[in-house]
Design a protein. Structure first.
Length: 394
């Protein structure tokens, strides 16, 4: 940690150049500074990336930033705030502290927080920033989180861990045992010190695989921000053996949309199919990631278009956790039919349970992107490929 970055002149330079061209800055350099221009540019880039993701840090003076990659990988304040309301009590230890965003928000709900970070420079950075942020109930420990936990003398209300994928693990589907630390391997150790465990994982983790690797899973939170799934939160309670509850949330600027279901209910749920009626519904991404394909239909009394299409329909418009559309026209998927009946050259295209990509469809039917018309290319209950022309409801 280079403390010269924090002197007034360098801080003014960073703030003055947040919107400057970084290449030009590197070529021009900076006069009368003990800090290399490359390091200052790294601070500028990291702070700029924090403007929307970490506004509290961005708007606080004398914050020291890690490299921009670390900023990209850290939790946003939006998701940190959400997860902070899932905990309560007197003590929580974060075994993989990182830049410390989650800990700051946990500190608003828990009396005493321990932030563990094995990287000495990052640990010092976080400690300095907490002082600027006036977070007085967080203790920073520069040590491997597992080893720090073993030195704990009193039981903890919560253990929090955000395991990272190993660099040599590739592909979209991975296992918790492929992460560092290996959470399944240390479960018995965690339960020795706390009844409650929260694990944050990437949305790339397959939920079914995660459940098979873990024990005593009580709740899984699927967290999306503006319809983009950001993280999965696994709440594990020592000795819990009941049904797993899955809670989905899509956090938007105006409101947060919630939908919950029991995993066992989803497995047992029967579905009713129908041809498209008056309205069409597309669930938000958190519901799709959670696999609530039948539960959403049952709870809201909707019909599915096809077992595997994950589009829903009704005669009357209802409030829905996702996008809602008024159906205008339904035609078979046929180039001639499309040109004769719809005659569209511009539309928003979505595919669900359909053998062609959006790009292939746009090229084949000469459709440009945009406009007020929404085309759904999907499969109906009779396995026919159809096109649904619709408009968004207000």
């Amino acid at each position: 940690m280079n403390k010269d970055i924090l002197n007034t002149k360098n801080q003014e330079f960073i703030n003055r150049n947040l919107n400057s061209n970084m290449t030009s800055l590197l070529l021009k350099g900076v006069s009368n500074s003990l800090v290399d221009i490359k390091i200052l540019v790294e601070q500028i880039e990291a702070k700029k990336r924090s403007e929307r993701k970490l506004p509290t840090w961005f708007n606080t003076e004398n914050i020291y930033y890690p490299n921009k990659l670390n900023i990209e990988q850290t939790s946003s304040e939006i998701t940190a705030n959400y997860k902070s309301h899932l905990v309560s009590g007197k003590s929580l230890i974060d075994l993989t502290g990182g830049f410390g965003v989650d800990c700051l928000y946990f500190s608003k709900q828990i009396e005493q927080i321990t932030h563990c970070e094995i990287n000495e420079n990052l640990s010092k950075t976080v400690k300095h920033n907490y002082e600027q942020l006036k977070a007085k109930n967080i203790t920073c420990v520069c040590e491997d989180g597992i080893e720090a936990l073993k030195q704990t003398n009193e039981p903890l209300d919560w253990i929090y861990i955000d395991p990272s994928r190993r660099d040599d693990i590739k592909g979209k589907v991975f296992l918790l045992k492929d992460c560092l630390p290996n959470v399944p391997e240390f479960l018995s150790l965690f339960f020795k010190y706390s009844k409650n465990l929260m694990i944050k994982t990437s949305p790339l983790l397959d939920i079914t695989s995660g459940i098979s690797e873990l024990e005593h899973v009580k709740t899984i939170h699927v967290v999306a921000v503006n319809n983009e799934v950001k993280e999965l939160l696994w709440i594990i309670e020592r000795s819990y053996t009941g049904s797993i509850k899955i809670k989905t949330v899509n956090i938007k600027k105006e409101e947060s949309i919630h939908f919950s279901f029991l995993l066992n209910d989803e497995k047992l749920a029967a579905i009713n199919l129908s041809q498209p009626l008056s309205y069409l519904y597309e669930p938000n991404t958190s519901i799709l990631k959670a696999g609530a394909f039948n539960s959403i239909a049952n709870q809201l009394n909707l019909f599915k278009l096809h077992k595997h299409s994950h589009l829903y329909t009704s005669d009357s418009l209802i409030p829905f956790p996702g996008r809602s559309f008024k159906i205008e026209t339904i035609i078979p998927y046929n180039k001639k039919e499309f040109r004769n009946k719809l005659k569209l050259t511009k539309a928003n295209v979505t595919i669900r349970n359909f053998p062609e990509t959006v790009q292939q469809i746009r090229k084949k039917l000469s459709i440009k992107d945009g406009g007020d018309d929404y085309l759904f290319f999907t499969t109906d209950l009779n396995n026919n490929k159809i096109i649904i022309l619709s408009k968004k409801t207000k």
